[in-house]
Design a protein around this ligand. Structure first.
Ligand code: SF4
Length: 315
């Protein structure tokens, strides 16, 4: 088998296996530095838009250059899984992405399986599986792999699923056939997400200030909420989907995920306001077992529930 045939064979194998494992989209890009995107990340951090997420500061160089993270990297395989299950209708809302099992675990397991399958068929291939927590600019790699473009709300949008996508990557030490990057920006003159954000967190096209973002405040922020944002959660107690719900690409192309792991748990999506108010730590542990919501911790969820009552007793 020639070198080119080997590259074609392994690329075909990876894409076929990835779809068999339940990934809805797969895109491949050559590993290399992300100079422009890295500079934009640096500017964003310099402006303090990362709020208290100081862990973002510590591994910027790895994010900018995948070889600092995985020196043997030659290709980045990006995968995406549709998680959409409808829009939150309850009085106290949880972001769609957290209605089922923790996606970090679901995607990571499958990426590791994909790597094992590759290694069984092509011994000697080395790789690393990443989901969210690795120092990797996931949306940029997905765009480079042709999966979609990064919208003005800064989420990745695909033509066929909108932005309701979980992303993950397999960084490999072998050459693969690359997909064309997604060069178009299909946001055009739309500003729906910017206009709809109730706290003005999309401060400019393609720039989100986490200090004002309900998703950041309800998930990542520890301790008391900043005074100016404490009554600004707009019924969200974990995450926020407003910018995604108003996006015309999601309205037109969002479709229900068939992935059982992401099916809404009734304990999470069907609670009344009174039930949320009386949530105990024991119940929290039970209903959020294997859920991404654990990240906010019990104290965080209780804080968010209480914050939604600030000056809004009508809830
Ligand atoms: S709402 Fe409009 S501007 Fe915002 S991401 Fe969607 S298409 Fe782009």
């Amino acid at each position: 088998m020639s070198e080119i045939e080997k590259i074609q064979s392994i690329t075909h194998f990876i894409k076929k296996k990835a779809h068999e494992l339940g990934f809805d989209k797969v895109g491949i890009a050559p590993a290399g530095p992300l100079d422009e995107e890295g500079s934009r990340l640096r500017q964003w951090l310099d402006r303090g838009y990362h709020a208290t997420m100081n862990w973002m500061l510590s591994r910027v160089n790895e994010r900018r250059d995948v070889h600092r993270y995985f020196p043997e990297a030659k290709s980045v395989v990006s995968v995406a899984m549709n998680y959409f299950h409808g829009t939150a209708k309850e009085k106290l809302k949880i972001s769609n992405y957290a209605w089922g099992d923790d996606y970090h675990v679901v995607l990571k397991k499958r990426l590791i399986q994909l790597l094992k399958d590759i290694q069984e068929r092509y011994p000697g291939v080395k790789g690393i599986a990443c989901v969210d927590t690795s120092p990797v600019m996931e949306k940029v790699w997905a765009q480079r792999g042709g999966i979609g473009w990064i919208g003005k709300h800064t989420n990745l949008i695909s033509r066929d699923y909108g932005s309701w996508l979980f992303l993950g990557e397999l960084i490999l030490d072998c050459e693969l056939e690359h997909d064309s990057p997604f060069e178009e920006d299909l946001c055009g003159s739309c500003t729906a997400c910017i206009d709809a954000c109730p706290t003005g967190a999309v401060v400019d096209d393609y720039i989100v200030d986490a200090n004002k973002c309900i998703s950041y405040l309800t998930i990542e922020h520890r301790g008391e909420l900043p005074e100016e944002m404490a009554d600004q959660l707009h019924d969200w107690i974990y995450g926020c989907d407003i910018c995604q719900e108003v996006c015309p690409w999601n309205i037109k192309f969002g479709r229900r995920s068939e992935e059982v792991a992401f099916s809404p748990r009734s304990d999470i999506v069907k609670k009344t306001v009174e039930e949320w108010e009386s949530l105990t730590e024991e119940e929290y542990k039970r209903i959020f077992r294997k859920s991404a919501i654990k990240r906010a911790k019990f104290e965080g969820i209780k804080r968010n529930i209480s914050a939604n009552f600030l000056g809004r007793r009508e809830i």
